[in-house]
Design a protein around this ligand. Structure first.
Ligand code: HT7
Ligand code: ZN
Length: 883
């Protein structure tokens, strides 16, 4: 397979001005006629024109109306090369035949539940017609769709509907015109039996926009929350970023078979059904929150991605990091900022830090790829969002907004780079950002150490930072990064101390601004070693460092356990209260892992129990914040901190601490369950979601006890639940333990929900991710369950992805988990390489385990890499994992 490098980027020889597509959709085959006006970049230069094309049958090619002879072009499995196009502008016409009904890869044009739909990002357009399939080719599109009227009554594409009508033979047509230039990855077409929920939105300039969410008819009632989310997102983008929607119609289509979450095609977003459909009975609070953020995300792409797009796919984070940042802020503003931040940081640390420490580590802007699909990663998305967040931390809200305004003003209608975004931030604020751009080019999560000292006589407080960035594949040595560290100082009563100034490099830097006292300062750590000495510090403070998690780093401070308990109890930065609790929990868990490995008795530190109890009883705190703070770090996080990951030890310790906390705080947990159970109508506001989160976290603890009465209580919660959040939490709590009660409720749940495939997916993942010993056999049985199928990515993620998320069973010492996945990856690869390569990624951290596990996992990877006919997607991940 060929590797593509950022350093090899060249401007295209030809641009496309207008693209006229005609689709004749059929059951046996689909015919695509494309008419493209081609303009050379440099007039008079007639270089060969290479068009991408995969799985296409070429019927004819014309230039300026004249059909080309075979000797005028070369065609192979990936390209159509026009050897000698005329110099100057010309019209290119092609006719191709494709087979959407046989397309199981779900990229290009394919069928989902009988309807036609498309997915073109990153490089799927080449499966529809011959084209320069790269994002810097931006053109205006007109699309004519023709199909059987009774089978496909709804025909949609981007932009405005300009014509429609009936044809002979029971067929009909629609013509769509998109007035905005766009790259082909934003092209979309949908044809099928769909109905819409319609609404309107009046923009800030008074324009009326028609909003339509299209689903199969039976799902229409479940689109209410999605419509609410869309309107909220449109308003928020006007208020916060000054961005108005630019067309009179915005369509969203729901499809059950989709490789990722959703796609921001211009004015015709396509969504995986799990990210639209919700009702209180069938969707959990987490689903509702995911729908809000995903609708926001795709809508926000209209400006960050569509109006201003990427020059090449290496710049993916330009649109994805920025848009994730925007959707995070949107959800924060509509819910609780701290709770959202804790969730986002947890995700970053669990998944992105792990990627950054493994063989697939790559910079936010990768240097190379074999298959672009493999680079839709937590690094590009989540770490990319942290990079955007750092601009805001450094520039403040106003400065950041000036930067985005300038970015849109300069680059509307263009395909640009991460440097262009950086330059807009810099120029709008007239600031020097030193080495900030390294965040785009250096992989690896920086490790920052901080030591502190107080000078009683001089009333000064020193913070000494040292930073390193660990080596990653292809990058053995690294430069120091530009790290914004938001921090404050707490006095002995736990109050924030006002900050006046500090010395850095012998220079005095004033912190105060105007008459207002400042309690949080943003230090700019830019060197390998750097000291900040605060002046006028009246007493020895406890520092609260990296407030709000102001940079995506590993921070190691010299804070003592007592300091951390103090911060847990008092820090005005709620994120850091949670963080202090997590650091304490990680220390505790690691110490008990050592005990477990030495066959010593496990013990739970009473001070930890006390700290948790104080949080539990603090009625001034947000309930979801309490739920997050009393939740132990994940097993994966603890394993990542070990020299050699030991899933059995970590699992044993996690279970022990959970049970012990439940035992010692049983009464408090029971009270929480009682006080937070409500018989009122289900509401999706933050207060009610937070209440349910706390109740269900408490219930999870109680269910871990070997206690009849508690088992009764949990079963009762399951039976009396009136919404999916409560019902599924109770089910998950009961399913922790093997036995008849578990079997009975699982059967009952399936019986109730077998008609709803999204709920059945929850049922699959709950069972597959179970820690019950030997669970691989259950999962194998579920593969043959009538509701399961390898062709649907959601089902694969639920059952197979769920299984890989269970440390004890996936990493079972007999290798049964690895063998299970290895075999499945090969089966899946034949159907859908993108999904197969996501699954094979579960092997990528195999070197973190003991020799026995390493050998077993390596054998599976070697078996996969050697397989004939393997896709490039799986080859890239599996072969890089072996290095
Ligand atoms: N921009 C979208 C990316 C996407 C995608 C990429 C590869 C394969 C399938 C895909 N479906 C959607 C999603 C987003 O980030 O908004
Ligand atoms: Zn996106």
């Amino acid at each position: 397979p060929k590797e593509i490098f950022l350093k090899d980027y060249r401007l295209p020889d030809y641009y496309f001005d207008t693209v006229d597509l005609r689709f004749s959709l059929g059951e046996e085959k689909t015919i695509v006629c494309a008419k493209i006006s081609v303009v050379p970049r440099v007039d008079g230069v007639a270089a060969p024109l290479a068009l991408d094309g995969v799985d296409l049958k070429l019927i004819l090619v014309k230039i300026n109306g004249v059909e080309l002879k075979e000797e005028d072009y070369d065609v192979d499995a990936r390209h159509l090369i026009l050897k000698g196009p005329p110099s100057g502008s010309f019209t290119l016409e092609t006719v191709t035949e494709i087979s959407p009904q046989h397309n199981t890869s779900l990229e290009g044009l394919y069928k989902s539940s009988g309807n036609f739909c498309t997915q073109c990002e990153a490089e799927g357009f080449r499966k529809i017609t011959y084209f320069q399939d790269r994002p810097d080719i931006m053109a205006k599109y007109t699309v004519r769709i023709e199909a059987d009227k009774s089978l496909y009554p709804v025909l949609l594409s981007n932009g405005n509907l300009i014509d429609q009508g009936d044809l002979e033979g029971g067929r009909h047509f629609a013509v769509w015109e998109d007035p905005f230039k766009k790259p082909c990855y934003l092209f979309a077409l949908v044809a099928g039996q769909l109905e819409s929920r319609d609404d309107t939105f009046i923009t800030c300039s008074g324009r009326k926009v028609v909003l339509r969410i299209w689903t199969p008819p039976q799902d229409l009632p479940k689109t209410l929350h999605a419509m609410y989310s869309l309107k909220a997102a449109m308003k928020w983008d006007e208020d916060v970023f000054g961005r108005e929607y630019d067309l009179d119609l915005f369509n969203i289509v729901v499809v059950p078979d989709f490789n990722l979450g959703a796609m921001e095609n211009k004015s015709l977003n396509i969504f995986n059904s799990k990210l639209i459909l919700a009702s209180p009975e069938t969707a959990s609070d987490a689903d509702y929150a995911a729908i809000l953020s995903c609708i926001g995300h795709e809508y926000f792409h209209n400006w960050t991605g569509n109006r201003v797009t990427c020059r090449d796919w290496f710049q993916l984070s330009l649109k994805e990091g920025l848009t994730i940042f925007r959707d995070q802020e949107f959800s924060s503003d509509l819910g609780s900022r701290t709770v959202k931040r804790i969730g986002d940081v947890s995700k970053l640390r669990i998944y992105q830090f792990s990627q950054d420490a493994g063989p697939m580590a790559h910079p936010v802007r990768p240097h190379s790829y074999i298959k672009m699909d493999n680079f839709y990663t937590v690094t590009v998305y989540q770490k990319g969002a942290e990079v955007v967040r750092m601009y805001k931390t450094l520039l403040g809200s106003e400065g950041f907004r000036k930067g985005t305004d300038l970015y849109f003003e300069r680059h509307d209608g263009q395909a640009v780079t991460c440097e262009d975004f950086f330059a807009a931030m810099r120029d709008a604020n007239n600031v020097d950002f030193a080495n900030f751009l390294l965040w785009y080019s250096q992989a690896g999560s920086p490790i920052v150490k901080v030591t502190s000292s107080y000078n009683v006589k001089a009333h000064t407080f020193s913070l000494k930072f040292s930073q390193t960035v660990p080596p990653t594949p292809g990058q053995p040595t690294k430069e120091p990064m530009f790290i914004p560290v938001a921090m404050g100082l707490l006095d002995s009563s736990g109050k924030d101390m006002p900050l006046s100034s500090f010395y850095q490099d012998g220079k005095l830097v004033s912190i105060t601004s105007g008459a207002q006292p400042v309690y949080t300062a943003v230090l700019r750590v830019t060197k390998a070693e750097e000291e900040f000495v605060f002046t006028d510090v009246a007493e020895k403070p406890i520092p609260s460092l990296l407030r709000g998690y102001s940079a995506p780093i590993h921070l190691h401070s010299d804070l003592t356990e007592n300091d951390l308990f103090f911060l847990l109890a008092h820090d005005s930065d709620e994120f850091n209260r949670w963080e202090a609790g997590q650091i304490l929990a990680r220390k505790l868990m690691l110490s008990q892992v050592v005990n477990f490995q030495k066959d010593n008795k496990l013990v739970l530190d009473p001070q930890f129990v006390h700290g948790i109890k104080c949080i539990l009883l603090d009625s001034s705190l947000d309930k979801e914040f309490i739920a997050q703070t009393i939740t132990l770090p994940g097993e994966g996080e603890i394993m990542d901190m070990m020299e050699v990951a030991d899933p059995d030890a970590v699992h044993a310790v996690q279970s022990f601490i959970t049970k012990q906390l439940a035992l010692e705080l049983k009464q408090e947990f029971i009270t929480l369950v009682k006080e937070n159970t409500s018989s009122e109508k289900y509401e999706v506001d933050h207060v009610n979601m937070a209440r349910r989160a706390l109740k269900n976290t408490a219930l999870g603890y109680l269910a871990s006890l070997e206690d009849e009465e508690m088992s009764e209580l949990v079963l009762n919660e399951y039976k009396s639940a009136t919404n999916m959040t409560d019902q599924f939490s109770a089910l998950a709590a009961i399913a922790q333990k093997p036995g008849k009660a578990r079997e009975d409720v699982l059967a009952d749940f399936y019986e109730k929900w077998q008609h709803d495939y999204l709920v059945v997916n929850k049922w699959f993942s709950l069972q597959s991710a179970s820690d019950i010993p030997g669970n691989v056999e259950n999962v194998k049985k579920l593969l043959n369950h009538p509701a399961f199928g390898l062709r649907n990515p959601n089902k694969v993620h639920s059952l197979i992805g769920g299984f890989c998320a269970s440390p004890v069973n996936f990493h079972a010492k007999d290798g049964s988990g690895y063998k299970f996945l290895g075999d499945l990856v090969l089966q899946l690869d034949k159907l859908n390489p993108q999904v197969a390569s996501r699954m094979v990624s579960a092997f990528s951290r195999w070197k973190r385990y003991d020799d026995t596990r390493q050998n077993l996992a390596k054998a599976q990877l070697e078996m996969i890499v050697c397989c004939n006919g393997l896709s490039e997607n799986v080859f890239e991940i599996a072969s890089k994992s072996l290095l």
